[in-house]
Design a protein. Structure first.
Length: 284
């Protein structure tokens, strides 16, 4: 091989080497440029706040009134121990429970209850076991301090409830003369009769009102198409959570307030008043 041919072959190798180096350099630059391309920033999901649930027991009270009682006993026929009494209730529906109550009180006064009117010394007549609806009663919140510094008490300051006035009247007549020797009447309303306060449960619970909207916002802006379109631009900030408080409403746990509940008190109310009246009879 001549010197000229050797020189030519060497140049070819140098050209191939230079070309390969340039290709590698270009490839390296491309790889470097790809590696250094900015990654789009994702939208961050807001941190969920702590939610709470609070239970309150609210107590409502009413200024109770004492029963109105009128009792008059006439001296014409003194009532003495051992005398007999017959109970008549033709004008009212006298329950067995109430009758037993009257018998027990008369027996405690050492008066004998019999069933034969002709043989009785006295006749006890139950004239009235009446009821009448009155205006609704306004109960006042008695334990507003359970709310602490919250202004919730202003929403629950009063409670309107049905009210019924119950009355009982009776008289005791001397059998042989038909003279009335004692008569009495008493009345009280159901609001004063039920001594236990009204109690209600109230539950206040927090919830996130816009939870779905926030999640949808984050998912939409973190989708591949949205991130590619955003590129190097800063990611938008997700909306803040909106906290709302829900009220369960008042749930009664003690006492009578609704019409049906108040009406159910009437038998016990008449039982109570009848006992008060009959205790007024003076027996020698």
């Amino acid at each position: 091989m001549s010197v000229i041919e050797s020189y030519g072959t060497m140049n070819k190798h140098l050209l191939v080497t230079a070309f390969s180096a340039s290709v590698l350099l270009a490839s390296g630059c491309t790889t470097m440029e790809t590696t250094l391309a900015p990654v789009p920033e994702k939208v961050r999901m807001p941190i969920k706040p702590s939610l709470s649930e609070r239970t309150y027991i609210l107590e409502y009270q009413y200024a109770h009134q004492a029963p109105r009682v009128k009792s008059v006993q006439l001296p014409a026929h003194p009532i003495t121990r051992g005398q007999s009494v017959v109970i008549e209730s033709e004008q009212v529906a006298l329950t067995e429970r109430l009758r037993n109550r009257l018998v027990a009180i008369l027996n405690d006064k050492q008066l004998t209850v019999i069933s034969d009117r002709k043989q009785a010394d006295y006749v006890l007549s139950i004239n009235q076991l009446d009821i009448s609806e009155t205006e609704s009663i306004e109960y006042q919140l008695a334990n507003a301090t359970v709310f602490g510094e919250s202004d919730l008490a202003q929403q629950f300051t009063t409670k309107q409830c049905s009210n019924i006035l119950g009355s009982v009247s009776m008289k005791l007549s001397h059998q042989s003369s038909q003279d009335v020797v004692w008569f009495a009447k008493s009345s009280i309303d159901t609001a004063s009769f039920q001594r236990n306060p009204l109690r209600y449960k109230l539950v206040m619970s927090d919830h996130i009102e816009n939870l779905e909207q926030v999640q949808q916002f984050v998912n939409t802006h973190n989708a591949p198409d949205a991130m590619q379109k955003r590129g190097a631009q800063p990611a938008p900030q997700a909306p803040q959570y909106i906290i709302r408080t829900k009220s369960s409403g008042l749930s009664k746990i003690a006492g009578a307030c609704e019409q049906a509940e108040v009406s159910a008190l009437v038998p016990d109310l008449h039982y109570y008043l009848s006992g008060i009246l009959l205790e007024k009879i003076n027996v020698n």
